[in-house]
Design a protein around this ligand. Structure first.
Ligand SMILES: *Cc1c(COP(=O)(O)O)cnc(C)c1O
Length: 514
């Protein structure tokens, strides 16, 4: 069985197996658990994969990785995908134009790609916990919260109450749909709290609680272990490798690619977990070309990948229409550093980021990074015009995926400079774009892009803009179609009405647990 290794080296915590890293995700020196070795998938294996179903492929790859999960457990976890739109595969491939395919990762219950990992992950954690009491804390800017709550809702888990989830969201920081997806959850093991603050405050509160001695003792006295379901959990990353491999194999099978032809991957990125799955797939021998990170105006990943300098000193978080990518500290970059430069250097960079707000790769390191990665970013105006342009071609994009289209248009023109490929799009470089959310989660932006006028108040000033419901109706009137998962959130009763001041959060959670 594979032992996980640690990105900042082995210190006070030992290397553990995959299952233990799921339950206790933080490693020595504040680092992350990660794979100690990655197996090689041969061209012949990839060809065999073309004929596996999605879940068969997942089981096969986990076996090759040596994750040591027993088959019954993994089967139970993968049954979560039966609640997705199609039973044959949880994801869908669309062909956008002759060089670009789109991998739609949002066909799960909460309509964002987080479901791809969090749905099976919830079932894994529940089983691995073996009846022990766990409290899972999650802070969300909008998509992780709904996906985590959905995954741990009692209906999903049978009548098991051993895992409780507390979800903190910024009161005015999410879309209506995202908020309703959380506050209408009626399972008794879930607690949702709006906080008077922004996403950073929510995340900060969570980190504070994880270390607060009174809070930790309170939980210990009740036999409750504390865990976090944030995107750095290696259990989530493992599931995010599979769809990149699946897409490559299916594109070979349907003739879009010839076998072993390079495929450039574009991923709208924030915490870098999705693209990290693609990076691992490439390291395992899947013929992916460049891994292209797409950002919005918060373009720190673009700066890092193009210059090798990760500098947060003069950065302010900007509010954009693709909020899941509004990020300054992108956690999973650490796993890439580890894979390319080893634990010692990773620890050094992470310490420098913490102490000085910056680290810089040298030119050799930058070259190594750029052998794998490229980057692009897109402002809100460009994003909206791309939504309109794509809709005219018959494809409805969410704002995050639209940032990926910007990257495609840029790189198909200038080429990715992959070795062994033509440098120009005319010579047929192929691209795959991960679509990370359905339009319905970000309807006001999409409606505005498609020409909806925001409301005008009586005194003639333009009001805040459309609400989600009006925006959805507008888009439906243009011919979109709405998933029943989204339609139902407007009708469900609101269960969680509490909005609290930050210092109140601890007391409210302790009261709920008593
Ligand atoms: C979470 C999220 C992202 C960013 O994914 P990372 O794995 O954190 O890079 C992008 N788009 C949407 C819609 C998301 O919910």
């Amino acid at each position: 069985m594979l032992q996980m290794t640690q990105t900042r080296g082995k210190g006070e915590k030992s290397d553990v197996c995959f299952a233990d890293a799921l339950l206790n995700p933080s490693a020595s020196f504040g680092g992350l658990y990660t794979f100690s070795t990655l197996p090689h998938l041969t061209p012949q294996m990839l060809q065999e994969f073309e004929n596996l179903s999605y879940t068969e492929l997942c089981k096969r790859v986990f076996e090759i990785l040596g994750l040591g999960l027993d088959e019954g457990l993994l089967d139970f976890a993968l049954q979560a995908y039966e609640g997705f739109d199609e039973t044959s595969a949880p994801v869908r491939l669309a062909h956008y134009d002759e060089n670009l395919s789109i991998l739609e990762l949002y066909h799960g219950p909460t309509r964002a790609f987080k479901d791809m990992a969090l749905q099976p992950f919830g079932r894994l954690i529940q089983t691995l916990a073996r009846g022990k009491q766990y409290l899972i804390l999650v802070a969300t800017s909008g998509d992780t919260g709904p996906a985590t709550l959905e995954s741990f809702a009692r209906e999903q888990l049978g009548e098991d109450y051993s895992i409780k989830v507390v979800c903190l969201y910024p009161k005015d920081g999410t879309s209506d749909v995202q908020r309703l997806q959380m506050v209408t959850q009626d399972s008794a093991n879930l607690k949702v709290l709006g906080i008077k603050g922004n996403f950073d405050d929510a995340q900060h509160t969570l980190k504070f609680l994880l270390q607060d001695s009174e809070f930790v003792k309170f939980l210990q006295d009740r036999g409750i272990a504390l865990s976090a379901a944030n995107s750095v959990n290696i259990g989530r990353v493992a599931f995010q490798i599979i769809y990149h491999i699946w897409a490559y194999c299916q594109l070979c099978k349907d003739g879009t690619l010839t076998r072993m032809q390079p495929l450039n991957l574009i991923v709208p990125s924030g915490n870098f977990g999705n693209i990290l799955g693609g990076f691992y797939a490439k390291k395992m021998g899947v013929p992916l070309g460049k891994l292209i990170s797409a950002s919005n105006a918060n373009n720190i990943l673009y700066d890092f990948i193009t210059t090798g300098v990760y500098d947060i000193r003069h950065r302010q978080l900007l509010k954009t229409s693709s909020p899941a990518m509004d990020i300054i500290k992108s956690s999973n970059v650490e796993r890439v550093l580890f894979e390319l430069f080893g634990a010692r250097r990773t620890k050094e960079c992470m310490r420098s980021l913490q102490d000085n707000g910056v680290y810089a790769l040298d030119s050799v390191e930058l070259e190594a990074l750029q052998r794998y990665f490229a980057a692009s970013f897109c402002d809100d105006e460009q994003c909206k015009s791309l939504i309109a342009k794509s809709f005219a071609k018959g494809y409805l994009l969410d704002p995050h995926t639209a940032c990926g289209i910007k990257a495609y248009e840029e790189f198909v023109k200038k080429g990715t400079q992959n070795q062994g490929q033509g440098t120009k799009g005319e010579m047929g470089e192929k691209f795959l774009l991960c679509s990370t959310a359905e339009w319905s989660k970000f309807a006001p932006t999409v409606a505005e892009a498609l020409g909806a006028k925001s409301g005008t108040s009586t005194n003639g000033e333009t009001s805040e803009g459309l609400g989600d419901k009006e925006a959805i109706e507008f888009i439906l009137s243009l011919g979109g179609s709405l998933s029943p998962h989204i339609a139902k959130v407007f009708d469900k009763p609101i269960v969680h009405k509490e909005v609290v001041e930050i210092p109140e959060v601890k007391r409210v959670i302790m009261q709920w647990l008593s």
